[in-house]
Ligand binder design. Structure first.
Ligand SMILES: *[C@@H]1O[C@H](CO)[C@@H](O)[C@H](O)[C@H]1NC(C)=O
Ligand SMILES: *[C@@H]1O[C@H](CO)[C@@H](O)[C@H](O)[C@H]1NC(C)=O
Ligand SMILES: *[C@@H]1O[C@H](CO)[C@@H](O)[C@H](O)[C@H]1NC(C)=O
Ligand SMILES: *[C@@H]1O[C@H](CO)[C@@H](O)[C@H](O)[C@H]1NC(C)=O
Ligand SMILES: *[C@@H]1O[C@H](CO)[C@@H](O)[C@H](O)[C@H]1NC(C)=O
Ligand SMILES: *[C@@H]1O[C@H](CO)[C@@H](O)[C@H](O)[C@H]1NC(C)=O
Ligand SMILES: *[C@@H]1O[C@H](CO)[C@@H](O)[C@H](O)[C@H]1NC(C)=O
Ligand SMILES: *[C@@H]1O[C@H](CO)[C@@H](O)[C@H](O)[C@H]1NC(C)=O
Ligand SMILES: *[C@@H]1O[C@H](CO)[C@@H](O)[C@H](O)[C@H]1NC(C)=O
Length: 538
């Protein structure tokens, strides 16, 4: 250390072009080490000023090492005061870098570093001024005094970097995700990680092992040290996975000369290649067949449909991770019926409602039902009402039905032929205690039996004695209203029909539901409206 000081001193002297004068000053004022014995007579002419004759009257540093705490943009004074005479040569260092040697400024230090007598004045302090500042006083070629102050500038956090290991923002499923966030500021900021508002971890590094596609998304690094404002940054991470293919409608009903769309949803990272096939052969664009694609939606549009267009199409997607595909049927036959509702009408008859899509006229419905699973199917032929567009509503009213458990399914016939059967719907009839003539009036605000809908749209609170609510893992809610006539039922049978049992039945009946995700949603909201009406009209 002394050696360095000395070298700097010599440099300083050379810079001033007056090495001789400097040497002379030293000879006069300071007992040089070569003298061996330090002689106070040599140092002070008037030794009377000094009460302590026996001590060596060398300059003493009176400034003690101090921790300075400053706010951003403040001005700080770092003292380097001595007693016992003015020593001409001093050096200020920031950490190990020389800032001043006497009044000469070094390095890249700007105007905010000033010297006044020996005090180092720093204005507009910021994060870069947080350092140890040492004032060194050169007593001789070998002897120095020094004082070190620590300056801590309170600064709001700043995120210097937010990085993913190897800069790889697309990670294969099963691998690890390692994120690093470097935040500066004083006091040292704490770093908190979160995703979608959910706190994940604290600390500069976030690692997640064995990632799956659920781990993709925007990760936030938030740095806070209670000095406003906190800093945050996002990084988007994708988890590579093979395509997930979904079909909007598994059966698309069409007719000659119509335009039809087959709609496929594909999610994949990296971006997938998607092709449409029919009978294993890739479909190429033609004047009647077009491909549309936006975001995750891939559409095959067939204009002016011909009979030979009917058949099974495949939406096939692949990327470097893998491939998947799903089929969709373009057909002239009616679509399999979609269950919409089951309720009691004003006469306590069970009414089951389905929707059927058909672009050519429906000529007949065939509803088959049976009591218990092992008896024979019986048949009903509900009348065909006018469609709305290509959507037909099948209302099936079961009159005078003995109490018990029922299964029911429907198919419909148009000019092309019979559709597939709908999935089986199960319901329970409480039994009839009176025989009213069937009226074709459906006042379903009055006496519902079974209502199924999606729980997302349903808040089960507020339902007490009147109805029991149970939620299944399959996300369906069954509301069993109590009816006066149920009291007449055989008790043992009642007991079997716990909500759990009902749920199981519902699960089973829903299990083979056709139709894409999207087509379920309007149904759910429709049913919700119905449910609310029922609850409050009692
Ligand atoms: C410090 O000064 C800079 C520039 O003049 C300004 O942008 C910043 O907001 C100031 N900081 C504080 C804490 O006042
Ligand atoms: C520098 O120090 C001298 C005596 O030690 C004092 O008279 C003078 O006022 C000081 N100057 C400043 C700018 O502090
Ligand atoms: C601090 O120093 C770094 C590099 O030396 C520079 O990029 C940055 O702008 C400085 N910050 C301030 C507030 O002066
Ligand atoms: C000052 O020096 C001390 C001791 O070496 C060290 O612990 C501290 O971190 C330093 N302060 C700054 C602001 O660099
Ligand atoms: C400062 O002084 C101490 C003794 O007081 C000494 O150990 C240290 O080496 C000195 N540092 C410098 C940079 O001169
Ligand atoms: C990784 O996660 C998957 C599910 O995402 C799991 O099946 C597998 O066992 C996990 N592997 C390890 C090594 O934990
Ligand atoms: C595609 O996604 C973007 C952003 O998520 C959205 O703004 C846009 O509406 C989407 N386009 C279509 C056609 O859905
Ligand atoms: C079928 O039932 C629905 C209620 O689900 C009703 O709105 C509609 O009017 C009924 N249609 C016929 C033809 O009865
Ligand atoms: C549901 O589909 C499975 C096979 O996918 C089949 O075994 C079962 O019989 C079907 N159930 C109904 C009610 O169609």
């Amino acid at each position: 250390m002394r050696l360095i000081s000395l070298v700097t001193l010599l440099f300083f002297c050379a810079a001033h072009g007056r090495p001789n004068k400097q040497d002379v000053d030293y000879d006069m004022e300071i007992a040089l080490p070569e003298d061996g014995v330090q002689n106070d007579d040599n140092y002070y002419d008037d030794s009377d000023d000094d009460d302590n004759d026996e001590d060596l009257p060398l300059p003493v540093l009176v400034s003690k090492p101090t921790n300075f705490m400053a706010q951003e943009n403040e001005t700080v004074h770092l003292p380097c005061e001595t007693e016992n005479g003015d020593t001409p040569v001093f050096i200020w260092r920031k950490n190990n870098e020389v800032v001043f040697q006497d009044t000469i400024k070094f390095g890249s230090f700007g105007n905010n570093f000033q010297i006044s007598n020996r005090t180092l004045i720093i204005s507009n302090v910021g994060v870069n001024e947080t350092a140890n500042y040492t004032c060194t006083i050169l007593l001789s070629k070998t002897e120095t005094l020094n004082v070190t102050h620590e300056l801590l500038v309170q600064t709001a956090p700043k995120i210097e970097s937010l990085q993913v290991l190897h800069d790889n923002v697309e990670i294969d499923a099963g691998k690890s995700l390692v994120l690093t966030c470097k935040a500066i500021g004083y006091p040292r900021p704490t770093v908190v990680w979160s995703k979608k508002g959910e706190r994940l971890a604290e600390g500069n590094t976030l690692s997640i092992e064995n990632v799956s596609h659920h781990d993709s998304g925007d990760y936030q690094c938030l740095a806070d040290n209670h000095i406003e404002p906190p800093a945050h940054k996002f990084i988007h991470i994708s988890i590579a996975h093979k395509p997930v293919v979904n079909i909007e409608k598994l059966t698309v009903n069409s007719d000659e000369h119509l335009d039809s769309q087959l709609i496929c949803y594909v999610k994949a990272v990296p971006k997938p290649e998607v092709v449409w096939k029919k009978d294993g052969v890739n479909i190429v664009r033609s004047d009647r067949k077009h491909f549309k694609h936006h975001n995750h939606t891939y559409i095959l549009e067939i204009q002016n449909v011909k009979i030979e267009d009917f058949g099974i199409y495949t939406c096939s997607a692949y990327n470097r991770v893998g491939s998947s595909e799903k089929n969709v049927v373009l057909t002239g036959f009616p679509s399999p019926a979609e269950h919409i509702n089951t309720f009691h009408d004003a006469d306590k008859n069970i009414v089951v409602v389905w929707n059927v899509e058909s672009n050519s006229p429906i000529v007949q419905y065939e509803v088959e039902y049976k009591k218990n699973s092992n008896s024979d199917w019986k048949m009903l032929h509900p009348e065909v009402s006018n469609p709305e567009g290509n959507l037909y509503t099948v209302n099936t009213t079961f009159t005078n039905l003995p109490g018990g458990h029922y299964e029911v399914k429907v198919r419909s016939k148009n000019t092309y032929g019979w559709s597939d059967y709908s999935p089986i719907i199960k319901f329970k009839n409480g039994g009839h205690h009176q025989h009213k003539p069937h009226k074709n009036v459906h006042n379903h605000e009055e006496t519902p039996v079974v209502i199924i809908h999606e729980p997302q749209a349903f808040d089960g609170s507020g339902i007490t004695e009147e109805g029991s609510v149970a939620q299944t893992s399959e996300q369906s809610v069954i509301l069993q209203a109590q009816f006066p006539f149920e009291a007449q039922n055989d008790n043992t049978e009642q007991k079997q029909h716990t909500p759990e049992h009902q749920q199981q039945l519902m699960k089973e009946s829903k299990g083979n539901g056709t139709g894409g995700v999207t087509s379920v949603l309007p149904t759910a909201s429709l049913l919700l409206v119905t449910t609310i009406t029922i609850l409050f009209s009692h």
